[in-house]
Design a protein around this ligand. Structure first.
Ligand code: UT7
Length: 329
């Protein structure tokens, strides 16, 4: 077997739509309060896409920023993978729309359905393609317009989500010289498929007047079960990524922004503080596949990691799915 190519992170970019929606918006129509939402989730606000903005539009802005940051031309991208649960259309993929608008003429493009794990799965896929010599430069994206799939009458779920996009350009380490991907893991447990799901609009229950009336095109959550799963899986994944390393080697931890309490509880289990953790849920809420790349871009642009330190990303979500990546910056 040919030797695997070592892969690095050439650049990152992110984008949040302009419109900011504070918690107080929900107080107008629901029995909820800013105080409850902050105390139970850490969320203060979220960004919602404009009516004429879809997942592809958010993706393109994040991707352009990532390409510029990487110094890579769109025409040199061979692969585009978009992790999303809110594609522009059921058909075709959002990745194809992104490919066209970027002018990435030489790229293969497809979407990947792994919910909140979407970016980490896209990242692992891009890394594997480059490592195996099937692509040279991969553009991996996590992007969502969750505002289009929330049930505004359900206070237990609608307050949790926001819109946004994040992207990374992956390249051979010999070219980009930074952010070597050391390890990626992915997993799934489909027995928990209904912990977080959208019941209608697929082949089980195609769209009908009844499904619309029953709000079955919106996200349904079993919040407490997800909470328990999330704390356990997040701490296990962090532990796994740091196995065999001195804890001091960690420079930056980028977790899925699911709930501030879930992040704190996982850190607590591991006896870690939040000092090296990127937390921006207060501003963007849970943007599903976009949380990790948005937080990654924020952490890197703020210069929060030094050369040689470890960068760890962890995500989990509907499916159930989970994934993690370890990078030597
Ligand atoms: O990325 C995956 C998607 N994310 C998730 O699945 C979220 C994971 N779960 C969570 O983050 C938390 O479980 C929630 C934030 C959803 C809920 O927090 P909690 O501390 O687990 O609250 P709870 O479900 O135990 O509910 C406590 C109370 C309930 O009232 P009763 O039964 O005690 O009278 C809820 O009805 O809080 C009530 N409640 C609310 N009250 C005010 C639930 N949502 C709200 C709300 N405002 N928005």
């Amino acid at each position: 077997m040919a030797e695997l190519t070592r892969v690095g992170i050439a650049g990152t970019g992110s984008y949040a739509p302009e419109r900011v929606v504070p918690n107080s918006e929900f107080e107008k129509t629901l029995d909820t309060s800013h105080e409850w939402i902050v105390k139970r989730t850490g969320i203060h606000q979220r960004h919602f896409a404009a009516p004429d903005e879809a997942t592809s539009h958010l993706s393109v802005v994040a991707a352009e920023r990532a390409l510029e940051n990487a110094g890579v031309d769109a025409k040199d991208i061979d692969l585009i993978v978009v992790g999303t649960l809110t594609p522009d259309y059921p058909l075709p993929s959002t990745a194809c729309l992104v490919q066209d608008r970027l002018g990435a003429k030489n790229a293969a493009a497809f979407d990947l359905a792994a919910a909140c794990t979407g970016f980490v799965s896209a990242f692992s896929t891009g890394e594997a393609y480059i490592a195996a010599g099937r692509a040279k430069h991969a553009l991996v994206i996590g992007a969502e317009t969750l505002s289009r799939v929330i049930d505004n009458s359900d206070r237990t779920s609608c307050i949790l989500f926001g819109d946004g996009a994040g992207a990374a350009v992956l390249s051979p380490l010999s070219e980009c010289g930074q952010g070597e991907i050391l390890e990626t893991v992915q997993g799934a447990d489909g027995s928990g498929y209904d912990f977080i799901h959208i019941p209608a609009g697929g082949s089980v229950k195609p769209a009908s007047q009844e499904t619309v009336e029953m709000r079955e095109h919106a996200i349904k959550l079993r919040g407490r079960e997800v909470y328990r799963f999330a704390v356990a899986r997040m701490s296990e994944l962090i532990e796994r990524m740091l196995e065999g390393h001195d804890p001091e080697e960690l420079g930056l931890l980028v977790p899925h922004q699911v709930n501030r309490r879930i992040i704190d509880a996982a850190l607590d289990r591991l006896g870690m503080t939040a000092e090296k953790v990127v937390i921006n849920i207060q501003e963007y809420a849970n943007t599903s596949a976009a949380t990790v790349p948005m937080a990654l871009d924020e952490g890197l642009r703020a210069g929060r990691i030094e050369k040689g330190q470890l960068l760890v990303m962890v995500a989990f979500g509907a499916g159930l799915t989970w994934g993690a990546c370890k990078v030597r910056w």
